[in-house]
Design a protein around this ligand. Structure first.
Ligand code: ADE
Length: 237
């Protein structure tokens, strides 16, 4: 069974969007994963196909109706896939979570819109809220695409070189080291000499040191976690 993504949205025309190009698109076309889009509006019950209503208690904006969204969820294949609601209120998505999702059967992704969705449907359908970062998008669609892209590229057969996913940022808890390619001298800037030395041990040590320095400078949070994980200490240097 291939990895299956089911997306529930009021903007079905946004999909596959970028997921139809590049690595994810090729893998989709060759059947390494599947994408099913469900239009929440198809489950409205009035002639205007309403999916939202005014917030209880007053205030600006609109709230997605629980009955319509629940019908859309219930019409999606009931299986063991996690049901995720993309929301800035959710637990932050991490590479570890992406790896876990990628190793499972797929995901059912509910895209929120408006000022939010009725809280009761989150509990009644066990939706787990997931955020892709501390900023607010206009809806969950782009977040769902980001999550799917991050999972799909880890599926066996999707990436060209099988080791390249494991070597890069976050897999080990470090940011990626700098890369260079020809020309050797560009706008007065040379490629670091060691990378042209052919000495693979020295090159690996240089890359490792560069990755550690970048992580320490840019992401002290990751650096502290890295030190704790790999050195069993909490030195902050
Ligand atoms: N919807 C709106 N903002 C979001 C975010 N940061 N992450 C996930 N879903 C969202």
């Amino acid at each position: 069974m291939v990895w299956r993504a089911s997306v529930l949205t009021i903007f079905p025309e946004m999909f596959p969007g970028p997921l139809g190009s590049s690595l994810a698109g090729k893998a989709l076309a060759s059947g390494l994963w599947s994408l099913e889009i469900s239009d929440i509006r198809d489950f409205a019950s009035d002639k205007h196909r309403s999916v939202d209503d005014t917030p209880a208690g007053g205030g600006a904006g609109m709230v997605m109706k629980p009955d319509v969204l629940a019908r859309a969820i219930d019409a999606t294949a009931s299986d063991t896939r996690p049901r995720l609601l993309l929301s800035p209120r959710g637990l932050p998505l991490t590479q570890a979570r992406v790896e876990a999702l990628c190793g499972g059967p797929g995901a059912i992704l509910v895209c929120g819109r408006f000022e939010g969705i009725d809280e009761r449907v989150i509990a009644a359908r066990s939706l787990e809220e997931v955020s892709i970062g501390d900023y607010v998008l206009s809806g969950g669609e782009i977040a769902a695409m980001a999550l799917i892209d991050a999972c799909v590229r880890l599926l066996p057969g999707v990436m060209g070189a099988p080791h390249s996913a494991a070597e890069e940022s976050f897999a080990e808890g470090l940011l990626e080291y700098p890369q260079y390619t020809r020309p050797q001298l560009w706008e007065g800037r040379p490629i670091p000499e060691i990378l042209l030395s052919g000495d693979h041990a020295k090159i690996a040590a240089w890359r490792r040191a560069a990755a550690e320095r970048l992580t320490r400078e840019r992401r002290p949070d990751l650096w502290t976690a890295f030190l704790q994980r790999f050195r069993g200490g909490s030195r902050d240097t």
